[in-house]
Structure formats: structure tokens, C-alpha cells
Design a protein around this ligand. Sequence first.
Ligand code: NAP
Length: 309
Amino acid sequence: MDIALIGIGKIAIDQHVPAIAASPDFSLAATVSRHGRVEGVESFTEIAELLAARDDIRVVSLCLPPVPRFEAAAKAIRAGRHVMLEKPPGATLAECHALIKLAKEHKVCLFATWHSREADKVALAKAWLADKRLTSLQVTWKEDVRRWHPGQDWIWEPGGMGVFDPGINALSIVTEILPDDIHLTEATLDVPANRQTPIGAELSFYHPQGARVGAIFDWRQEGEQIWTIEAVTDQGTLTLLDGGARIQIDGVEDAVKDENPLAGEYPRLYARMARLLSTGGIDMDLRPMIHVCDALALGRRNSVAPFIE
Ligand code: NAP
């Protein structure tokens, strides 16, 4: 199937282009971006031009930041195209629900991707936790924003989500591996005095069996980068490390098969999209986004030092 990529920035170049090139299901037939291009691939600067000129391309994959995503997705759906969305699936929950409604009306597939759920050890973590009683779960997601988001002003603007841009990846894993639903009870948000979105956040969640569930997200981390989820249960402790690429049960590491265990995430997302296209339907799990929106609604804001890149 021919596919078009919309928004040729960091993630499109780093992950989507190679994943499509290696995919048995998709072939990159066009791009839409004002500045970015992929060599040898037809390019457009506006999605409307693509939709008008290439009726043969029935699937589009949106790699835009969250704020411009809704307009692009709505145009594609109205034009009868199947749509794959980078995370987060929108800037607001209402937009996401509007897209679901529109996709149903136009009978197209809509897929809200959560790439971190496809990390190598996430499925194993989910299976291990399925029959355990949870005592506590702690997410620690600490990374250096200057290293991972250089020059990306949109992350600091309303709708850019700040530290929740990576934090939502952790929440996508938590909502995948926990057998029980949780919801946010408290949050504190550290917002740089010169920015609109948090650079740090601490969250607490209600858990139906009384387990302590919390998360710390911090973008001010220099040196070692930490993406860890530790779950203590009645039958031992599970630790997911490196964003789900590694797992330890009671300190014993499960073998890592791949040299780059995160390399499978995007190929698996495109394989999922291919399956969705064959069955038809909508795959929009909004739970990670609900937690972020709740944190932004309930969070107590601390004004912290201005962030200058
Ligand atoms: P990026 O490098 O800033 O690229 C986004 C692209 O979208 C830009 O190159 C830009 O291309 C286009 N765009 C269209 N309208 C825009 C607007 N109003 N503001 C800014 N850019 C606009 O961002 P990214 O890191 O690829 O992230 C894109 C999405 O992927 C985000 O939702 C992010 O959460 C997700 N993601 C990122 C990573 C990562 O490691 N970076 C990992 C996983 C997921 P033109 O200017 O050429 O139109």
C-alpha cells in the first residue's frame, strides 16, 4: 500500500521513514512538509494539495506536533483517507473524540499510535503483572530536554505538553501493563517562568486496590538518562528499564535479544496499522492522554527558573 507521511521533522526522519522502508506492507509514496523532504519521494507543502493530487494514496501517517494535528487529520478523513496518528493523538481530548466521530462517519481506519507500548519488554511486563497484587508502582522518566528536543519551540507552547511529551510515553506503558484502571488524584507542575508548559511534574494516582502509584517526569536531567517503571507486587518486583527495552524481575535481567531493542517499536506500529486496515475500524486508546489532561487540570503550578535553550 502506498502511504504518505505528513510533517517531516525529527521522528519522521529517525523512525517513520526507515520503518516504512523496511515494511512489507507500505511504500512511501509522498510527503507533506513546509521544509522537510525525503529524497526521491514526491513532496507537497500542504496536505490539501496531496489529497487533491494523489487520490491513489489511501493511507496517511501524521508526524506533526499535537496542535496542528487535528486540522490535518480531519482533512484527510474527510477526503476518505485512513489515518495513523503520532502520539499524543491530539492537543485536546475533545479533538480526539471529534476525529473518532469523523472516522466513523467516513468509514475509515483511525489509529492512535503509542510507540512505547511496542518496546520489546512491555508485553512481558503486562503478562507478568496480570496475576499479581500490586503494592506500588513508580515511574521515573528523567531526560535532558536540550538533548532530545533541540530547537523544538512547540513543546513549550500551549498544547505542546512540555515534559508530558515524553511523560505520556510512560503513561502509555502503565495503562497497557496494569490490569486495573487508575486515575489521577494530585499533581505538581514545575513551569519555567518564561514558558507555557511544564519542565517537571510529579503525579499521584488512585488505584482500586490501594496500591501507591506515582510518576516523576523531569526534563532537567543531565548525565544518565532514566526511563524506569518499578512495580512492587505480592510476588516480587518488576522493573522496566530504558523505556521498556529491558526488564528485571527481582533484579534478574531478562535477556535482551536485539542490539537496539527500541528499533522494533515503529515497525510494529506499521504492522499494526496494516492489520487495522485489513479488519477495518478505529484504535484510539485515549487513557494516556486522559492522565495528562487531568494533570494539567488538577496540577498545582510552581513557577521555576526560566528555560533558555
Ligand atoms: P519536529 O522535529 O518539530 O517535527 C514536526 C514537523 O511537523 C516539523 O518538522 C514541521 O515540518 C511540521 N509542522 C507542521 N506544523 C507545525 C507547527 N505548527 N509547529 C511545528 N511543526 C510543524 O517534531 P518531532 O520530534 O518529529 O515530533 C512530532 C510528533 O512526534 C510529536 O507529537 C512528538 O510527540 C512525536 N514523537 C517524537 C519523538 C522524538 O523523539 N522526537 C518520538 C516519538 C514521538 P515543516 O515545518 O516542514 O512543515
